[in-house]
Design a protein around this ligand. Structure first.
Ligand SMILES: Nc1ncnc2c1ncn2[C@@H]1O[C@H](COP(=O)(O)OP(=O)(O)OP(=O)(O)O)[C@@H](O)[C@H]1O
Ligand SMILES: [Mg+2]
Length: 493
């Protein structure tokens, strides 16, 4: 259907006079055909146009509000809506470089205009035309997108977690990537409702301190913790840091046990008098002991059991499986400590594989972190390291945040796929727009007006910022189940 005609434009935008029957909104996609193909444009601004003078318009408004009978001849010809639209993509997946003739007709887009969009390994949702869904899957090359890091950014409640569930649902069957989810809200597994467990069939491990059918117990042996894991979860004084490393070098994997059991009264008299043991101040050791006692919750960190947990989790990731760690019942510090342990071990292994020359044969590994700024804004630590150089070792991040302005610019620029969902705050929009792989400078209003589940995917692996509608996870899972049910019935019949 024709939606209007081009009445103005330059290389950055066209202005379309909308026909009265067409429905255009912020984000709508429109197409303009020429002899070589089609250019798709996206509406980013709507405004009024009229052939009447301001005075004439005010006079008529007065007539209407005062109830005087009158009729405007050719009302839709005289008053109309103008849509500003920016060139998005050519239907052969080239970047648009031409300007349509004045008065060229502009039409609604059709599924066929996007036949260049190939199905691929990382499903994000369906193509979106304003708020209308086009039945074309939007996918990225998962191996590339995951190792070049993804950012999912939106105001609360706009569907970030739902998107992650949708992504993981298909990924569960795929062996090219291992994914670790640190699930602070216990919302992915589906303990009491629909969730990823419904598809799992052995491809998903779920660790929790609150056991449920199919879960594994979230316990790590104390011997698995190294000073470096603790350093980036909280501030330690220089003396405390040095003490941790000294004790570690003296007692190796029993270092934490030694520190937790440290008892001044068991030292010999001379040491007590000097207030020092092994070159460390006793006072420092006691403060350190108190702090470690607070961090190392005995429900999660044990002296006796849990020696294989870290190995098992890393083994699953290396096998291309998905691992959910339910951190809803533990503190953010403990969650980070677990994340650090797993990430450091994985990076260590994958560095080794790279040296060995076998890295290319391994699945890529990605870590999903909620409230990403709390780990990515640190100067040191394993996650900023992964953001900077994980790509070389096939390890990536999926960082979820409501506050991307708190992530350092350099790291934000390293997140090469940005999924932008509804964002009301101007400062947050600016942070994400200014670091997006495509020019989104005109899309501020459109991003503010994105509804739940609506997204813009800007990626270095796509030539344009793709508008996406993310399906509701529950619908997707139900559809999949009913399809499976249908197949089963056919087989039996
Ligand atoms: N694509 C969608 N279609 C319809 N409803 C959706 C969609 N995505 C999310 N919702 C609904 O919106 C609500 C919030 O979604 P979700 O929990 O994914 O938001 P969020 O961005 O993760 O929020 P938070 O910042 O609080 O974690 C949920 O109740 C969900 O059912
Ligand atoms: Mg969420």
């Amino acid at each position: 259907m024709i939606v209007g005609q081009v009445v103005d434009g330059n290389s950055e935008r066209i202005v379309v006079r909308k026909s009265s029957k067409a429905a255009l909104e912020l984000g709508s996609l429109i197409a303009c055909d020429d002899e070589d193909g089609t250019t798709v444009y996206q509406v980013y601004n709507l405004m009024h146009g009229t052939q009447l003078s301001r005075q004439g318009m005010e006079f008529m408004a007065g007539m209407m509000s005062e109830g005087e009978g009158f009729k405007i001849f050719e009302r839709n010809v005289r008053n109309y809506i103008l849509a500003e639209a920016k060139p998005l993509i050519r239907s052969d997946n080239r970047i648009p470089k031409r300007l349509p003739e004045l008065l060229s007709s502009v039409r609604e887009v059709e599924n066929g205009d996007f036949s260049f969009m190939q199905d691929n390994s990382l499903f994000l949702g369906y193509l979106r035309d304003g708020s209308r869904t086009i039945k074309r899957r939007v996918c990225l090359d998962g191996g590339e997108a995951l190792t070049h890091h993804m950012l999912i950014s939106a105001t609360t409640g706009r569907g970030k977690s739902n998107l992650v569930k949708v992504m993981l649902w298909e990924l569960l069957e795929k062996e090219y990537c291992g994914i670790l989810v640190l699930d602070a809200h216990d919302e992915y597994y589906g303990r009491n409702g629909p969730g990823l467990k419904d598809k799992a069939a052995g491809r998903l491990s779920y660790y929790s301190i609150a056991p449920v059918r199919g879960s594994l117990s979230l316990v790590f042996n104390l011997s698995l913790i190294k000073p470096s894991h603790l350093e980036s979860i909280t501030e330690f004084s220089q003396a405390q840091q040095e003490a941790m490393y000294t004790v570690h070098s003296l007692y190796k994997e029993r270092w934490l046990e030694w520190l937790l059991d440290f008892d001044e009264s068991r030292l010999d008299r001379e040491e007590r008098q000097r207030g020092m043991t092994h070159g460390m101040r006793i006072e420092t050791l006691l403060v350190l002991q108190r702090r470690l006692n607070l961090i190392l919750d005995p429900r999660i960190f044990s002296r006796e059991i849990g020696s294989s947990t870290l190995k098992d989790i890393c083994g699953s990731l290396e096998d291309g499986r998905k691992v959910i760690v339910d951190t809803s019942e533990i503190s953010s510090q403990q969650e980070l400590l677990i994340g650090n342990m797993i990430a450091e071990e994985m990076l260590y292994k994958y560095r080794h594989y790279k040296m060995e020359g076998t890295l290319e044969r391994r699945p890529v590994v990605a870590f999903i972190i909620e409230e990403a700024p709390r780990v990515l804004s640190q100067a040191t630590g394993i996650f900023p390291t992964i953001a900077r150089e994980g790509r070389k070792f096939r390890i990536g991040l999926i960082a979820i945040t409501q506050m991307c302005s708190l992530i350092p610019k350099e790291i934000l620029a390293n997140m090469n796929t940005k999924v932008i969902m509804g964002t009301e705050m101007n400062s947050e929009r600016e942070a994400v727009i200014s670091s997006a792989p495509q020019d989104l400078s005109k899309d501020g209003r459109t991003i503010a007006s994105l509804d739940r589940g609506e997204a813009i995917v800007s990626s270095i692996f796509s030539k344009f910022a793709v508008p996406v509608n993310v399906p509701l996870f529950e619908d997707l899972a139900r559809n999949d189940e009913s399809k499976k049910g249908g197949q089963r019935i056919k087989l039996i019949g």
